[in-house]
Design a protein around this ligand. Structure first.
Ligand SMILES: [Zn+2]
Length: 233
Protein backbone atom coordinates (compact mmCIF):
# COMPACT_ATOMS: atom_id res chain seq x y z
CA UNK A 1 0.00 0.00 0.00
CA UNK A 2 1.11 3.53 -0.65
CA UNK A 3 1.84 6.04 2.11
CA UNK A 4 2.26 9.78 2.05
CA UNK A 5 4.36 11.63 4.59
CA UNK A 6 2.40 14.03 6.80
CA UNK A 7 3.78 17.31 8.18
CA UNK A 8 6.35 16.36 10.77
CA UNK A 9 6.28 17.12 14.45
CA UNK A 10 9.23 18.55 16.33
CA UNK A 11 10.87 17.12 19.44
CA UNK A 12 12.25 18.95 22.48
CA UNK A 13 15.64 19.06 20.76
CA UNK A 14 14.19 20.13 17.43
CA UNK A 15 14.40 16.75 15.70
CA UNK A 16 11.68 15.86 13.18
CA UNK A 17 9.01 13.37 14.22
CA UNK A 18 7.95 11.71 11.02
CA UNK A 19 4.44 10.38 10.40
CA UNK A 20 2.92 8.59 7.42
CA UNK A 21 -0.66 8.11 6.29
CA UNK A 22 -1.98 5.53 3.88
CA UNK A 23 -3.08 7.06 0.60
CA UNK A 24 -6.75 7.83 0.34
CA UNK A 25 -8.81 4.89 -0.83
CA UNK A 26 -12.26 4.76 -2.42
CA UNK A 27 -13.84 3.96 0.93
CA UNK A 28 -12.26 6.92 2.78
CA UNK A 29 -14.61 9.72 3.77
CA UNK A 30 -15.01 12.32 6.48
CA UNK A 31 -16.00 9.58 8.92
CA UNK A 32 -12.86 7.53 8.31
CA UNK A 33 -11.05 6.33 11.40
CA UNK A 34 -7.47 5.22 11.34
CA UNK A 35 -5.44 2.32 12.65
CA UNK A 36 -2.35 3.75 14.31
CA UNK A 37 1.05 2.10 14.60
CA UNK A 38 3.43 3.80 17.01
CA UNK A 39 7.05 2.94 17.72
CA UNK A 40 9.61 4.11 20.29
CA UNK A 41 7.40 6.11 22.64
CA UNK A 42 10.17 4.96 24.99
CA UNK A 43 13.36 5.78 23.10
CA UNK A 44 15.53 2.99 24.46
CA UNK A 45 13.10 0.20 23.54
CA UNK A 46 14.81 -0.65 20.27
CA UNK A 47 13.08 -4.02 20.02
CA UNK A 48 9.61 -2.48 19.87
CA UNK A 49 10.87 0.20 17.48
CA UNK A 50 12.23 -2.56 15.25
CA UNK A 51 8.85 -4.32 15.13
CA UNK A 52 7.11 -1.05 14.21
CA UNK A 53 9.63 -0.48 11.42
CA UNK A 54 9.39 -4.03 10.07
CA UNK A 55 5.61 -3.89 10.08
CA UNK A 56 5.65 -0.50 8.32
CA UNK A 57 8.09 -1.77 5.70
CA UNK A 58 5.87 -4.75 4.99
CA UNK A 59 2.76 -2.56 4.76
CA UNK A 60 4.54 -0.40 2.17
CA UNK A 61 5.47 -3.44 0.10
CA UNK A 62 2.26 -5.45 0.21
CA UNK A 63 -0.76 -5.18 -2.05
CA UNK A 64 -2.86 -7.23 0.34
CA UNK A 65 -3.82 -4.42 2.72
CA UNK A 66 -6.24 -1.60 2.00
CA UNK A 67 -6.98 0.05 5.32
CA UNK A 68 -6.67 3.57 6.69
CA UNK A 69 -3.37 3.45 8.57
CA UNK A 70 -1.14 6.05 10.22
CA UNK A 71 2.40 5.16 11.24
CA UNK A 72 4.71 7.11 13.53
CA UNK A 73 7.78 4.85 13.55
CA UNK A 74 9.73 6.81 16.17
CA UNK A 75 7.62 8.98 18.47
CA UNK A 76 10.40 9.81 20.93
CA UNK A 77 13.13 10.69 18.46
CA UNK A 78 15.39 12.38 21.05
CA UNK A 79 15.22 9.38 23.37
CA UNK A 80 15.76 7.04 20.42
CA UNK A 81 18.96 8.86 19.43
CA UNK A 82 20.21 9.13 23.02
CA UNK A 83 19.03 5.59 23.94
CA UNK A 84 16.91 6.87 26.81
CA UNK A 85 13.40 5.93 27.86
CA UNK A 86 12.49 9.57 28.46
CA UNK A 87 12.37 12.50 26.04
CA UNK A 88 14.71 15.51 25.91
CA UNK A 89 13.06 16.99 29.02
CA UNK A 90 13.48 13.77 31.00
CA UNK A 91 9.75 13.03 30.66
CA UNK A 92 8.20 9.59 30.24
CA UNK A 93 5.87 10.28 27.30
CA UNK A 94 3.67 7.35 28.31
CA UNK A 95 2.90 9.11 31.62
CA UNK A 96 2.34 12.58 30.17
CA UNK A 97 -0.98 12.23 28.34
CA UNK A 98 -4.01 14.05 29.77
CA UNK A 99 -5.92 11.02 31.08
CA UNK A 100 -8.20 11.30 34.13
CA UNK A 101 -5.56 9.55 36.25
CA UNK A 102 -2.61 11.81 35.34
CA UNK A 103 -0.60 12.66 38.43
CA UNK A 104 2.53 14.73 39.06
CA UNK A 105 3.80 11.92 41.29
CA UNK A 106 6.30 9.42 39.91
CA UNK A 107 7.33 6.19 41.60
CA UNK A 108 10.78 6.48 40.03
CA UNK A 109 12.62 9.16 38.07
CA UNK A 110 12.25 7.21 34.83
CA UNK A 111 8.47 7.62 35.09
CA UNK A 112 8.62 11.45 35.43
CA UNK A 113 5.26 12.57 33.99
CA UNK A 114 6.29 16.15 33.17
CA UNK A 115 5.29 19.40 34.83
CA UNK A 116 1.73 19.17 33.50
CA UNK A 117 -0.33 16.76 31.40
CA UNK A 118 0.45 17.14 27.71
CA UNK A 119 3.42 19.41 28.44
CA UNK A 120 5.66 17.68 25.89
CA UNK A 121 5.91 18.55 22.17
CA UNK A 122 6.02 14.88 21.12
CA UNK A 123 2.66 14.22 22.78
CA UNK A 124 1.19 17.50 21.52
CA UNK A 125 2.08 16.34 18.02
CA UNK A 126 0.50 12.92 18.58
CA UNK A 127 -2.68 14.49 19.91
CA UNK A 128 -2.80 16.83 16.90
CA UNK A 129 -2.67 13.76 14.64
CA UNK A 130 -5.43 12.07 16.66
CA UNK A 131 -7.59 15.20 16.27
CA UNK A 132 -7.04 15.47 12.54
CA UNK A 133 -7.15 11.73 11.82
CA UNK A 134 -9.32 10.09 14.51
CA UNK A 135 -8.08 6.67 15.59
CA UNK A 136 -10.17 3.53 15.52
CA UNK A 137 -7.42 1.43 17.05
CA UNK A 138 -3.92 2.18 18.35
CA UNK A 139 -1.05 -0.30 18.40
CA UNK A 140 1.93 0.98 20.38
CA UNK A 141 5.14 -1.03 20.33
CA UNK A 142 7.25 -1.31 23.46
CA UNK A 143 9.68 -3.83 24.92
CA UNK A 144 9.92 -5.19 28.44
CA UNK A 145 8.82 -8.70 29.30
CA UNK A 146 6.62 -10.13 26.56
CA UNK A 147 2.98 -9.27 27.22
CA UNK A 148 0.07 -7.94 25.19
CA UNK A 149 -1.69 -5.33 27.24
CA UNK A 150 -5.09 -4.19 26.04
CA UNK A 151 -7.07 -1.16 27.12
CA UNK A 152 -10.58 -0.69 25.79
CA UNK A 153 -12.44 -3.11 23.56
CA UNK A 154 -9.64 -4.88 21.72
CA UNK A 155 -9.26 -8.12 23.68
CA UNK A 156 -10.10 -9.94 20.46
CA UNK A 157 -7.03 -8.46 18.77
CA UNK A 158 -4.81 -9.27 21.76
CA UNK A 159 -6.01 -12.89 21.68
CA UNK A 160 -5.51 -13.06 17.95
CA UNK A 161 -1.87 -11.96 18.20
CA UNK A 162 -1.27 -14.17 21.23
CA UNK A 163 -2.42 -17.21 19.26
CA UNK A 164 0.68 -16.71 17.08
CA UNK A 165 3.39 -15.51 19.47
CA UNK A 166 2.06 -17.13 22.68
CA UNK A 167 2.72 -13.96 24.68
CA UNK A 168 0.46 -13.61 27.71
CA UNK A 169 -2.42 -11.12 27.65
CA UNK A 170 -3.20 -8.58 30.35
CA UNK A 171 -6.26 -6.37 30.59
CA UNK A 172 -4.37 -3.81 32.64
CA UNK A 173 -1.01 -3.55 34.26
CA UNK A 174 -2.75 -4.10 37.59
CA UNK A 175 0.48 -4.37 39.54
CA UNK A 176 2.05 -1.59 37.51
CA UNK A 177 -0.24 1.46 37.25
CA UNK A 178 0.45 3.73 34.29
CA UNK A 179 -1.22 7.12 34.94
CA UNK A 180 -1.11 9.41 31.92
CA UNK A 181 -0.49 6.51 29.53
CA UNK A 182 -1.86 6.07 26.04
CA UNK A 183 -3.66 2.98 27.34
CA UNK A 184 -5.71 5.28 29.56
CA UNK A 185 -6.01 8.24 27.22
CA UNK A 186 -7.02 6.32 24.06
CA UNK A 187 -10.18 4.63 25.33
CA UNK A 188 -11.17 7.54 27.64
CA UNK A 189 -10.76 10.48 25.33
CA UNK A 190 -10.62 9.12 21.80
CA UNK A 191 -12.91 6.13 22.24
CA UNK A 192 -10.10 4.14 20.63
CA UNK A 193 -8.83 0.90 22.15
CA UNK A 194 -5.10 0.57 22.63
CA UNK A 195 -2.80 -2.43 22.45
CA UNK A 196 0.42 -1.79 24.31
CA UNK A 197 2.51 -4.50 22.75
CA UNK A 198 5.51 -5.43 24.87
CA UNK A 199 7.99 -7.65 23.05
CA UNK A 200 11.01 -9.28 24.70
CA UNK A 201 14.27 -7.39 25.10
CA UNK A 202 17.55 -8.34 23.47
CA UNK A 203 19.71 -10.97 25.16
CA UNK A 204 22.25 -13.61 24.18
CA UNK A 205 19.48 -15.73 22.71
CA UNK A 206 17.06 -13.00 21.60
CA UNK A 207 17.89 -11.00 18.47
CA UNK A 208 15.89 -8.40 16.57
CA UNK A 209 15.46 -10.93 13.76
CA UNK A 210 14.07 -13.51 16.18
CA UNK A 211 11.59 -11.01 17.65
CA UNK A 212 10.28 -10.09 14.19
CA UNK A 213 10.15 -13.75 13.12
CA UNK A 214 8.01 -14.75 16.10
CA UNK A 215 5.64 -11.88 15.35
CA UNK A 216 5.67 -11.61 11.58
CA UNK A 217 2.83 -14.01 10.82
CA UNK A 218 0.55 -12.65 13.53
CA UNK A 219 0.90 -9.05 12.42
CA UNK A 220 0.58 -9.85 8.74
CA UNK A 221 -2.60 -11.83 9.42
CA UNK A 222 -3.90 -9.12 11.74
CA UNK A 223 -3.93 -6.76 8.78
CA UNK A 224 -4.76 -9.13 5.91
CA UNK A 225 -7.60 -11.06 7.54
CA UNK A 226 -9.19 -7.70 8.33
CA UNK A 227 -9.88 -8.56 11.96
CA UNK A 228 -8.92 -4.92 12.53
CA UNK A 229 -11.88 -3.83 10.42
CA UNK A 230 -14.42 -6.17 11.92
CA UNK A 231 -13.69 -6.16 15.66
CA UNK A 232 -16.25 -4.22 17.64
CA UNK A 233 -14.40 -1.21 19.00
ZN1 LIG B 1 7.86 1.15 26.96
Amino acid sequence: MKFIELSSGSSVKGELIRAYKSEKTMSDNSETKYNYILGAVHGDEVEGAHLAQQLFQWLRETNEVDLPVIVVPVVNIDGYKLKTRVNGNGVDLNRNLPSAQWTPEAREAKYFPGVAPLSEPENKYLVSLFEKYPPRFILSFHSWYPVINYNGACKELAEFLSSFNKYPIEADFLTHPTPGSLGEYGPQTLNAPVLTFECPVLSETVTLEKIWKENEEGFKKLFTTKIIETFKA
